[in-house]
Design a protein around this ligand. Structure first.
Ligand code: PRX
Length: 656
């Protein structure tokens, strides 16, 4: 299955000198990229129709490829089409790939055997799970929260929901009880699928305990299905909690797929916003399927016998699109890894690559930076010769990490695809095509076919030149864009479509170089990316302000060797807190954050201060706080217009 559509002879010449150093072979292929991209811009409907026609099973063909209006905003792809995504991800592979491994599960403990789940077995297990969901009263359109570690049941339960048309809402199993409850209630989930616990390196985590705490606040949840993973002694609430295994054993291995409309919701996935509640991004069926399948195939250049491994958790969009749906829609073998990079030692990733002869490896810069700090022997003692493509996602990859990855993992032979995208975009938007686009460290390079980017200036005008900085927007719809925020369409409009007219605003800044390559420079709003995870500052500040000794707080990011960014908190204490031991207070503040959000949002530094720099209208000047935390105090800008300029000196004197 080759997705790239080949056109006739090229009339586009690659003129830039950068490209003229390339071999004829590469030039020919890069020209092909330009042709395809041009074609996708000239006739987006025709372009996506061709992809959709050739590679999927449709129960009914679409009446219209696209209708859209960024003002409302409303976007519909393949309207009128009927399909089930699991038929495309599983059933249609059975005839030719029934025995091929679909999911290769590598457990936390390397002495436990890996599990190869074939397409036939996946079919049976998804159908059994789907039948259990139905027996437990789940219908099309119901929301099911999945709170599971990286075990096969996680992928299987998402597919089982999709099989019967239920909307899954996977919550990363590192979130706290409060964060879980917020997400369950926001989308009125009727059911939670969880496990007794999880393994994380040498530790075990009591997941069911977290679910029990969360459900104290969730009256709408009728059933909890519990998978056994760590065999711990847990409490089961009579009438509500049910062991999954016995139910699965009794269920039939056939379940007719629910026939869905193209625009029926497939899943909700929460992502942090700069303010308020997490946003439940809604992804719909047909467009998401077409786009994730297309981008998986092209960005990873997947070939039939490859073994593809993405180290993300399915609790994030990367796992949804590029562990589950994209790979399975291509009939690929996708590795699911339960463990962590440093257990039993820092060679674990490479041991797994060697053991399963992984061909495509996709991870986050934060993991690369952590691995690069360790002894090179951890990498060198493993045979990595199977690798063909290396991927990076989630945050900017710095030059040092890029070279370490390229030299020591790819041995300068496997191209690095630095893929830029978001929970909201559903799939990869900017990325090199391996063996085709010349890579450049820290640059995600060109938009994929079908993606029309723009850089906007601060006055809302599009910047047409190259070698410029701007705010990254997308000016034309693509099939996998999130259609709304669950229960809050106004927020969807305000967040993404109100900053610039007729543009989707990503919230990121970007630079375009002389040949048109894009480099993402980071968030331009109050979202901070820590270890590749999106964290809004406002929810963390709200959590801190719950501490009875805290009057006010402000969070900013500062550079961190491994995490990319870490969090710096400035905290004003109430009088009652003034005399308290500051180290104890720091611990308590981080404890509150852990309870409200999860350990990923803990602060690295907490500075107590008597005030925060504010404008005369009372707005905290985060720009100044950010510069102080980043030790960039040479150029703080004009502070004289502040309501309380004297506080800036105090903060600088006591910076941590
Ligand atoms: O700031 C960008 C950053 O991650 C944000 C999206 O985060 P999330 O929705 O959690 O999705 C992460 C996985 C797709 C973006 O707005 N980001 C993502 N990939 C890159 C990146 N920044 C720079 N380079 C990337 N390759």
């Amino acid at each position: 299955m080759i997705f790239f559509i080949t056109l006739g002879d090229s009339n586009i010449k690659i003129q830039h000198k950068k490209f003229q150093q390339m071999s004829n072979y590469h030039i020919k292929h890069l020209e092909e990229y330009f042709q395809i991209h041009r074609k996708s811009v000239r006739n987006p409907e025709g372009f996506w129709e061709e992809v959709a026609e050739e590679h999927f099973i449709w129960r009914k063909r679409w009446d219209k490829v696209l209708s859209w209006d960024f003002k409302k905003p409303e976007v519909k792809w393949f309207e009128g089409a009927k399909l089930n995504i699991t038929e495309n991800c599983i059933d249609r592979h059975l005839r030719i790939r029934g025995d091929k491994t679909a999911i290769l599960f590598e457990p936390n403990d390397p002495s436990e055997e890996a599990e190869h789940i074939s397409y036939q077995q996946l079919y049976e297990r998804v159908n059994q799970f789907a039948n259990v969901l139905k027996d437990q009263g789940i219908n099309k359109g119901d929301r099911v929260c999945i709170y599971l570690p990286m075990i096969p049941e996680l992928a299987i339960s998402t597919l089982a929901c999709a099989r019967i048309g239920a909307i899954h809402s996977v919550v990363f199993a590192g979130f706290s009880a409060t964060a879980l409850a917020t997400r369950i209630n926001d989308s009125d989930c009727k059911m939670v699928i969880a496990s007794d616990g999880s393994y994380r390196g040498s530790k075990t985590i009591d997941l069911k305990g977290i679910v029990d705490d969360a459900l104290e606040e969730c009256p709408g949840v009728e059933t909890v299905l519990v998978a056994k993973r760590i065999n711990s002694d847990i409490k089961m609430k009579e009438g509500r909690d049910k062991w999954l295994q016995p139910l699965l054993e009794e269920a039939l291995t056939e379940c007719e797929p629910e026939i869905m409309d193209a625009e029926d919701p497939l899943f909700i996935l929460y992502t942090s916003g700069s303010t308020g509640m997490p946003k439940g991004m809604v992804h719909t069926t047909a467009g998401y399927m077409v786009y994730t399948a297309y981008t998986f195939k092209n960005v990873f250049q997947y070939r039939e016998n490859d073994v593809y491994w993405c180290t993300a958790d399915i609790g994030w969009i990367t796992g949804h699109s590029y562990i589950v749906y994209g790979p399975l829609a291509n009939g690929a073998t996708t590795v699911m890894f339960e463990g962590v990079p440093n257990y039993p030692d820092w060679g674990r990733f490479w041991e797994v690559v060697a053991k399963h002869k992984v061909t495509q490896f996709y991870t986050a810069p934060t993991a690369i930076r952590a691995l690069a700090k360790e002894n090179l022997e951890c990498v060198e003692k493993h045979d990595l010769s199977s690798l063909k493509v290396l991927g990076s996602v989630g945050e900017p990859i710095n030059e040092e990490a890029w070279h370490w990855y390229n030299d020591n993992v790819g041995k300068k032979k496997s191209p690095i695809v630095d893929t830029w995208w978001q929970t909201e975009t559903g799939g990869i938007m900017i990325s090199p095509i391996p063996y085709l686009t010349p890579t450049k460290p820290t640059y995600a390079t060109f938009p994929l076919p079908g993606i029309q980017l723009s850089l906007m200036d601060e006055n809302g005008k599009e910047i047409k030149d190259n070698q410029v900085d701007g705010r990254l927007c997308i000016k034309f719809p693509w099939p996998s864009m999130a259609r709304t925020i669950w229960g809050n369409h106004k927020r969807y409009k305000d967040t993404y479509f109100s900053t610039y007219e007729n543009q989707y605003f990503t919230g990121d800044g970007a630079l375009r170089d002389e040949v048109g390559y894009y480099r993402i420079t980071g968030r331009v709003d109050d979202v901070i990316i820590v270890s590749g995870h999106n964290l809004g500052t406002a929810p963390i500040e709200d959590a801190i302000n719950e501490h009875q000794a805290v009057a006010e707080s402000a969070i900013v990011g500062f550079p961190h060797d491994i995490k990319g960014n870490a969090l710096y908190g400035y905290v004003i204490l109430k009088e009652s807190g003034e005399s308290r031991n500051h180290d104890n207070l720091r611990k308590e503040i981080n404890q509150i954050i852990t309870e409200h959000i999860g350990p990923i949002a803990k602060l690295d530094k907490i500075q107590f201060t008597s005030g925060l720099p504010k404008t005369r209208s009372g707005k905290i000047m985060r720009r100044i706080l950010r510069k102080i935390a980043c030790s960039e105090t040479d150029n703080l800008g004009d502070t004289s217009t502040l309501l309380n300029p004297e506080v800036v000196q105090e903060i600088m004197d006591n910076v941590l």
